[in-house]
Design a protein around this ligand. Structure first.
Ligand code: BGP
Length: 490
């Protein structure tokens, strides 16, 4: 363990994060309807996940059982409490509350299930942080409405929010309206984040690698869906405050930290544009309540038509987020040089940084980038900030005696905690840290189990085989000590 000076505030929210579709399983139990995530097959580092409109009995869909948190939640929350969690970020599966999304009334069993989960958290003094929609919209809304493209879906979302804000009043205080809402600012987010049915067989990898070509019409549809999510988010913020003034509602952005590859002004401009569209575009709408100054030019030059309506600007202004949250795993570079771009064409996360090393999945590890990024965010928005996802996806080895020595994960986390402490010393109002996949779960991008993030190991492989038994990795004890010492012993 390494000692660092005390820099974290006493009430800092140390915790961990998961999402329903990646851990719950029980995809058709307890009255739950299918979600968009339930239509993604398993994949790997090299083979893309497929999206199928019909559930194909010959395919493997990892979300269907996931790690069966649905039946293991008591055991799992007890383990989180043992580590000393102050906060647990989780999502509610919308289709567990409203199986079709547009149903007249909610599914009581789903409501009671989450009530029990929240009670379990409260028993240990763990504050839930609830993502209202984490890549898992009711599938019926995709089929019948083309997801958030249809303005009526805003009302269904708000109806769902009203139900959960009312049911869990006093039990849940911290909410996030949409996970990584900026995924919809890119082609790959169309189905996953927006519920837009693009094709029968969507190749996610094509989108990640920028191989999928999108027409201006399709981009317009996607930005319209994003605009509808902004409206839904703003309305949800307003409603949450009305239902319980104690409620705090945040935005959640996929942190995309981009550096210029060189000091050539061409590279600097490109990296600025990528930071603008990758981060500030959504953050500005959700925290400042208005589109950024460059949005108009971006839409015009790309021939993108968004279905704005009269009164929308007022709605956005009245529903500004209380805090800013984001995921942070890696950073990337931007270059105007066609040769450099070509060399990085098959890299999932863009142009790699020659000064940094990447994970086995090609995600460039950059702890100092977190300090830089936190300062950028706080300087821009001046609202409390939370890092609600961070961590190292890595394959683990279980020793003969059952122990798991994941020192690579401890190293990754230690360096990031250290940089958060620096950012707090810089003056950033950082209030919480919930590393991703605090218990091993299904990977969102590849559908694998063996891309593991957890402090807790789950015995299950990429094909779905395993006992589902849980065991503690070395990082479990490291994080426990980190929390106990409030970040001074890492
Ligand atoms: C974020 C998602 C999470 C999570 C994480 C790690 O984009 O919000 O759902 O999965 O990335 O990514 P992966 O699971 O692909 O390793």
């Amino acid at each position: 363990m390494k000692q660092i000076g005390k820099r974290f505030p006493d009430n800092f929210y140390w915790g961990g994060a998961t999402a329903a579709n990646q851990c719950e399983g029980a995809w058709n139990e307890g009255g739950k309807g299918p979600s968009v995530a339930d239509h993604y097959t398993g994949g790997s580092r090299t083979e893309s996940r497929k999206f199928t409109r019909k559930i194909d009995p010959d395919e493997y869909y990892p979300s269907h059982e996931a790690i069966d948190f649905y039946h293991h939640y008591k055991e799992d929350i007890a383990a989180f409490a043992e580590m000393g969690f102050k906060m647990y970020r989780m999502s509610i599966a919308w289709s567990r509350i409203f199986p079709n999304g547009d149903d007249a009334g909610p599914n009581k069993e789903g409501i009671e299930y989450y009530r029990s989960v929240f009670m379990e958290c409260r028993k240990y003094g763990i504050e839930p942080l609830v993502t209202i929609l984490h890549y898992e919209m009711p599938y019926h809304l995709c089929e019948a409405y083309n997801g958030f493209v249809d303005r009526r879906v805003i009302d269904y979302y708000i109806n769902y929010c009203k139900t959960i804000f009312t049911e869990y009043k006093g039990m849940v205080k911290y909410w996030l309206t949409f996970n990584e809402i900026n995924a919809l600012a890119h082609g790959f987010g169309a189905t996953l984040a927006g519920g837009i049915l693009v094709d029968d067989d969507i190749d996610l990898m094509d989108y990640f690698l920028g191989r999928a070509k999108e027409t201006p019409e399709a981009a317009g549809t996607r930005f319209t869906a994003l605009h509808h999510q902004f409206l839904a988010s703003a309305k949800a913020v307003k409603m949450a405050h009305e239902i319980d003034p104690e409620n705090r509602v945040g935005c959640m952005i996929a942190g995309s930290c981009v550096y210029p590859y060189t000091c050539n002004p061409e590279d600097v401009l490109i990296s600025q544009q990528q930071m603008n569209m990758g981060n500030w575009f959504c953050g500005d709408v959700q925290v400042r309540g208005e589109y950024p100054h460059y949005a108009k030019r971006y839409f015009e030059e790309n021939n993108i038509k968004v279905a704005f309506e009269e009164g929308d600007s007022e709605i956005l202004k009245k529903g500004c987020a209380d805090f800013y949250s984001f995921s942070y795993y890696c950073s990337g570079c931007a270059s105007a040089d066609p040769e450099i771009k070509k060399a990085a064409a098959n890299m999932m996360m863009g142009i790699p940084n020659p000064y940094l090393k990447a994970s086995d999945w090609g995600w460039v590890i950059d702890p100092k980038g977190l300090r830089y990024f936190l300062n950028e965010i706080y300087g821009r928005y001046r609202v409390p900030v939370m890092v609600v996802e961070n961590g190292l996806g890595a394959a683990d080895i279980v020793e003969q005696d059952g122990s798991i020595h994941d020192d690579y994960r401890i190293d990754y986390l230690r360096l990031h905690v250290e940089q958060m402490a620096e950012a707090i010393a810089d003056g950033v109002d950082l209030i919480g840290y919930t590393p991703w996949g605090c218990i091993d779960l299904v990977s969102a991008s590849t559908g694998e189990m063996e891309k593991r993030y957890g402090f807790l190991y789950v015995d299950k492989d990429n094909k779905g085989q395993g006992t589902l038994s849980r065991s503690r990795k070395d990082s479990f004890y490291w994080y426990k000590r980190c929390i106990e010492s409030n970040g001074t012993e890492i």
